[in-house]
Design a protein around this ligand. Structure first.
Ligand code: AMP
Ligand code: MG
Length: 403
């Protein structure tokens, strides 16, 4: 079967994906969620004119002939407004964040003043202009302004802004629900001893973590042996209520590879069956009868992780309506990068920023698709095109940062 390009495969994934419905969450639960609608500020920030300095609220006109001594009539602090107003010839002591008292139009910072011993008067040493050291209401965020766009990932600053404008329960996109199925008679959980021929279910853990990092929710994670009937039953059940089904292993054409025939037996429609990608090109993408997106990933842990990253995370992003900027850029090969004719090779790389831009080099020399340690600490995939056996040091290469 013809292998399609990474870009075409992603396009197919996006064609079958639409943003999920919104739900409201408390701000404390909003970390890592994606905003479902534009956030319009119900309140301005700051909510009132306030002082940016410790000092004295004055009428700027009174300082025209500085030095001048003004009578102190009150104090305003953060959280507590003054009772009095500033009349001609008077001033009110203010702290940073205090509401500007009525009548005042400027703040004289404390450093440029001296207060009489009995706190009755303040002598202003310099002239101030109206507005000096006053932060005006709505100057940061006017009421009614769009502060965050739909599709924005909520992290610390975004959540802080939502609190500031008084949106205590933002509308976020529901987390995509993912069912993970590891296939293979050889797989067991970490914990107990290995029997001959057994290995640990590495992918179940790695992909579950990757899915959660991408903003999805794992609704089930199961293992199934290399048996056709059991695979059909497991996949049927796993798809219930899932937006995405991701299986690992059993996608080749060997006698013990049951995933693709099982998906077909369940009526899923194949969208693509091979991608020009190494490792990970064995990924297949189906749409099930109930609309579940089904990704059949190859079993080798690096292949599984790379194909998950490039395609399943793209689907998660699209379900979240996340406007993730295109991650691809170009870098320079710091050393020769290995490729293979007929397949785009994703070389696991460390990236280094030099004076003339990013340079990439393989994370370690051993990059076989079962060597999961080749993924540890990497910064980027570098894509050696399918018509090149290798790229030479100094050549430009397309890269995708992985963190
Ligand atoms: P398969 O795609 O089922 O032919 O598997 C290819 C290779 O990946 C075999 O060596 C499997 O033992 C291994 N493998 C498959 N699934 C997993 C898994 N969940 N964790 C670790 N290795 C796996
Ligand atoms: Mg297998």
């Amino acid at each position: 079967m013809k292998r399609i390009s990474i870009e075409d495969a992603r396009r197919h994934v996006l064609e079958h994906t639409a943003t999920l419905e919104p739900e409201q969450v408390d701000l404390d639960d909003a970390l890592g969620r994606v905003l479902a609608v534009d956030a319009v500020a119900p309140n301005p920030v700051p909510p009132f004119d306030c002082s940016t300095m410790d000092g004295f609220a004055v009428r700027s006109a009174d300082t025209g002939k500085a030095p001048v001594t003004l009578r102190l009539v009150d104090e305003a602090r953060a959280g507590r407004a003054a009772g009095a107003t500033v009349e001609a010839g008077t001033a009110i002591r203010v702290s940073t964040g205090a509401p500007i008292p009525g009548g005042a139009d400027a703040v004289m910072r404390q450093e440029l003043t001296s207060v009489s011993g009995d706190d009755a008067t303040v002598t202003i040493e310099e002239t101030v202009t109206a507005g000096t050291d006053v932060r005006v209401a709505g100057g940061d965020i006017p009421e009614g302004a769009i502060v965050l766009r739909a599709g924005t990932l909520l992290t610390g600053p975004e959540i802080g802004v939502l609190a500031a404008v008084n949106i205590p329960r933002p509308s976020v996109v529901r987390r995509p629900r993912i069912a993970l199925v590891s296939t293979g008679d050889e797989l067991i959980e970490p914990g107990g001893p290995l029997k001959p021929g057994q290995i640990r279910d590495t992918n179940g853990y790695a992909l579950s973590a990757a899915a959660r990092l991408a903003g999805a929710q794992i609704i089930s994670r199961v293992k199934v042996g290399d048996d056709r009937e059991a695979t059909i039953a497991t996949l049927r059940e796993a798809m219930q209520g899932a937006d995405i089904l991701a299986t690992v292993g059993g996608v080749s054409v060997g006698p013990h590879d049951h995933v693709r025939p099982s998906l077909e037996a369940l009526g899923a429609r194949e969208i693509f069956g091979r991608v020009s990608l190494r490792p990970g090109g064995q990924i297949c993408f189906y749409v099930a009868q109930d609309g579940t997106l089904a990704f059949a990933l190859p079993g080798n842990p690096v292949s599984a992780t790379v194909s998950f990253r490039l395609f399943v995370v793209a689907a998660i992003d699209a379900l979240l309506g996340r406007g993730r900027a295109e991650r691809r850029t170009t870098a320079t090969a710091a050393v020769d990068l290995p490729g293979r004719i007929g397949r785009t090779t994703a070389v696991r790389c460390n990236a280094e920023l030099r004076e003339d831009g990013w340079y990439v080099a393989p994370s370690q020399s051993h990059q076989d698709s079962h060597v999961l340690t080749s993924m540890l600490g990497i910064d980027a995939y570098a894509f050696v095109p399918e018509d090149r056996e290798s790229l030479n040091a100094g050549e430009r290469v397309q890269v995708e940062f992985t963190r």
